[in-house]
Design a protein around this ligand. Structure first.
Ligand code: NAI
Length: 433
């Protein structure tokens, strides 16, 4: 295995006087990186300061034969921290935004200072250091940026509304930076560590603090800074020797043009059903999908039902029949309760050219009939039939079985369901008479 080295590279590790940051600084230096060991040296609540924490780590690095320099500024003073790197080493390649504090308190008791300090250190701090390093990285067309998020950002954590919010802000920050940095070979990623440290000593039992060594996180963070690491805009997780990736998934959702509050109430299970959830790699795909929905069948606010529902086209005679079915099931949805399936009808002219499609969605919580292909799932049966034959069948002028046998009706999928459908349509017709 080739050793992953950092010779010639310069890194800033903020909050490197203890905990996780210290292990990153030591490991990077061991691998040939020149390191700015930044630490304000305060307590875990963001009060006080001292030079001893950063100095101690620099001493450790030097004793091991590495190159490092201390910086004691708060991360809110990013310019000064980057200046330390430039003045001492002439460049800056890597920024690990790691400094952090906690101000845990229930929301009811939270003071503005608890909120502000958390945002100042975690969010403004990461902004400030990254902002100062960015022009150098752009000019040299190289940069590796890491922000430190938290499980609290993803899941929330009791007593940490401030911290959870700030840590989530950092994920958005890294994802947006990744887009802006791509052209300049600046990669930005977010990390979720779990480790015992003085920060977690208040929230974890001592045995866990001891067991969850920061050194379990270190290899991932260091790898994320390496030339060979090509991910950007990602969210990676490490703790207890486990390494993984976290992504946002989006439910398949449901296209409901003209939806009312009640439509959403009726379709809620489908809207939030995660069984077919998909990963959206970027905002481009997400917006693209919405635009596609917009350009699909025009919204029919009168339908209020499920599925994409355009106007029933007047050039297709059968339109009127589909509209009738729709009106029928709106009045009495129970008639289709026995066939919880989706049917798609392809209506053609006599030469077999498609005139339009209709979907009978009897599967959704609110059954509906609409123009176009199914927007809610695969059809159990797709029936292709000419406009004329469909009208004749409805008027009883043609026999469905015969039409099927002679090929006037073509069906794909579970054709047995057609029988059931016919029973429903007949029942509806009778009810109308
Ligand atoms: P730690 O308290 O040992 O390290 C944080 C360091 O940041 C301290 O040395 C502190 O002096 C320094 N610091 C605080 N405010 C500063 C400022 N304004 N400017 C410069 N330095 C400052 O805590 P730990 O656990 O090593 O945390 C490192 C990062 O990882 C933090 O951002 C924390 O929120 C995050 N994190 C840690 C987790 C864990 O399980 N340890 C879980 C999730 C996130």
């Amino acid at each position: 295995m080739v050793a992953l080295r950092f010779d010639g590279k310069v890194a800033i590790v903020t909050g490197a006087g203890g905990g996780l940051g210290r292990t990153y600084a030591l490991e990077l230096a061991k691998r040939g990186c020149k390191v700015v060991v930044n630490d304000l040296g305060g307590d875990r609540h963001g009060s006080s300061s001292s030079t001893s924490m950063a100095d101690k780590v620099v001493g450790e690095i030097k004793a091991a034969g590495g190159v490092a320099v201390a910086n004691y500024n708060s991360v809110e003073e990013g310019e000064k921290i980057v200046k330390t790197a430039i003045d001492n080493f002439g460049r800056i390649d890597i920024v690990i935004n790691n400094a952090g504090i906690l101000r845990d308190i229930s929301f009811i008791n939270m003071k503005e200072l608890d909120w502000d300090l958390i945002f100042r250190v975690h969010v403004k701090g990461a902004y400030s250091v990254t902002k100062a390093a960015w022009p150098y990285m752009r000019d040299q067309k190289y940069g590796r940026i890491i922000v430190t998020s938290s499980n609290a950002a993803v899941y929330g954590n009791f007593g940490q509304t401030n911290y959870s919010a700030a840590k989530h802000a950092l994920i958005g920050f890294a994802k947006a930076l990744a887009l802006e940095g791509a052209k300049y070979n600046i990669l930005a990623n977010a990390l979720i560590p779990t480790a015992g440290s003085r920060l977690t000593a208040t929230t974890m039992p001592q045995e866990l603090v001891d067991a969850l060594k920061p050194e379990y996180v270190t290899p991932l963070t260091v790898f994320m800074c390496h030339d060979s690491f090509q991910e950007t805009g990602g969210l990676f997780e490490a703790g207890a020797g486990w390494y993984g990736q976290l992504q946002y998934y989006r439910s398949e959702g449901k296209h409901l043009p003209g939806a009312t509050v009640e439509t959403l109430h009726d379709n809620w299970a489908k809207i939030t059903d995660m069984t077919k959830a998909r990963y959206m790699p970027s905002i481009k795909e997400q917006t693209g999908e919405l635009l596609e929905m917009l350009s699909a069948a025009p919204a029919d606010s009168s339908s209020g039902g499920s599925g994409g529902s355009g106007d029933f086209p007047s050039n297709i005679q059968s339109s009127a029949l589909f509209k009738e079915i729709q009106d029928g099931i709106k009045t009495d949805p129970s008639v289709v309760a026995k066939v919880k399936q989706i049917f798609v009808y392809v209506i053609t002219d006599n030469a077999g050219k498609e005139l339009g499609k209709f979907t009978l969605d009897f599967k959704s919580a609110t059954p509906s009939v609409y123009v176009g292909d199914s927007t809610t799932g695969a059809a159990a049966v797709t029936v292709t039939v000419s406009d004329e034959t469909f009208m004749n069948l409805a008027a009883g002028k043609e026999n469905p079985q015969k039409a099927f046998m002679s090929g006037k009706i073509k069906a794909k999928g579970n054709i047995m369901l057609l029988q059931k459908l016919q029973t429903i349509l007949d029942a509806q017709k009778k009810a109308k008479l």
